[in-house]
Design a binder for this molecule. Structure first.
Ligand code: DX5
Ligand code: ZN
Length: 218
C-alpha cells in the first residue's frame, strides 16, 4: 500500500508568520505543504497568490502541493510553476477545457492534479486518468478551513481508489480531516491527508508533531 502522506494546509496558519509556520510544520514531520490559493471568484474567499508562495519556497524542502481554487486557472499556471509549486491541482469545475489545463501543467514540468467538489461525480475523470498524477477529493465545500467532513465523501473516496486501479495516482482528501476522521479517510483508500485547523488552530508548535504523527498513524 502507498505510504500515508500528511499535507498541512497553511490556510489555517498565522499569515503574519507563514515562513516560520512552514518551517515548524516541516520539522514536525509534514510530507507536503498544501497551499490553498483562493481568488474570491471560484470560491467565496481570497487567500494568497504566487508571490507569497515564492517567499515561502526557501523555508522548506517539502513538496509544495498547490490547490488552485481559481477560475480561470490557465492564465496563472506558469506563475505558480515559477513560484515553486511542485504539484499543481486544478478544479474540474473551474473551466471548460480541463484536458488542456492538465496538458499545460505537464508541459510546465510539474505533477498534475485534478480536484472535485463534493457534488462533482468521479466520471469527469474517466477520460483523463492517464494524464494525471493526483486526484484531490474535497470533503468540504471549498473556501474555508475548519469545516466538518462530509460523511458521504467516504464512499466517493472508495470509488476513486477503485477508479485509479493500479495507476500511479495519489489519492488526496481535503477538508475536515482530523484525528477522528482520518481513519475513515485512510480506510477508504486515500493516501494523502490535507489538514489545516487540525494542525494549526490552537496547536502549539510542539503539538504539530503529535497531530501530524497521529494523522499519519490513523
Ligand atoms: C478548503 C481548502 C482546505 C482547507 C482544509 O477550501 O481547500 O485545504 O484549508 O482545512 P481544514 O483541514 O481545517 O478543513
Ligand atoms: Zn485545499
Amino acid at each position: 500500500t502507498l505510504p500515508i502522506r500528511i499535507a498541512p494546509s497553511i490556510l489555517a496558519a498565522d499569515f503574519a508568520k507563514l515562513g516560520q509556520e512552514v518551517k515548524d510544520v516541516t520539522e514536525a514531520g509534514a510530507d507536503w505543504i498544501h497551499l490553498d490559493v483562493m481568488d474570491g471568484h471560484f470560491v467565496p474567499n481570497i487567500s494568497f497568490g504566487p508571490d507569497v508562495i515564492k517567499s515561502l519556497r526557501p523555508y522548506t524542502d517539502a513538496t509544495f502541493d498547490c490547490h488552485l481554487m481559481i477560475s480561470p486557472a490557465d492564465p496563472y499556471l506558469e506563475a505558480f510553476a515559477k513560484a515553486g509549486c511542485d504539484r499543481i491541482t486544478v478544479h474540474a469545475e473551474s473551466g471548460p477545457h480541463l484536458h488542456r489545463s492538465l496538458q499545460a501543467i505537464r508541459h510546465l514540468g510539474k505533477k498534475v492534479g485534478v480536484t472535485l467538489n463534493p457534488a462533482t461525480p468521479l466520471s469527469v475523470l474517466e477520460n483523463v486518468l492517464d494524464d494525471i498524477d493526483l486526484i484531490l477529493i474535497m470533503s468540504v465545500n471549498p473556501g474555508f478551513g475548519g469545516q466538518k467532513f462530509i460523511p458521504a465523501m467516504a464512499d466517493k473516496i472508495r470509488n476513486a481508489r477503485l477508479l485509479i486501479g493500479d495507476r500511479p495516482i495519489e489519492l488526496e482528501v481535503d477538508g475536515g480531516v482530523t484525528v477522528d476522521t482520518a481513519p475513515i479517510v485512510t480506510a477508504a483508500g486515500a493516501n494523502v491527508l490535507v489538514a489545516g485547523s487540525a494542525i494549526f488552530k490552537g496547536a502549539a508548535v510542539e503539538a504539530y508533531r503529535q497531530t501530524v504523527f497521529d494523522l499519519r498513524a490513523a
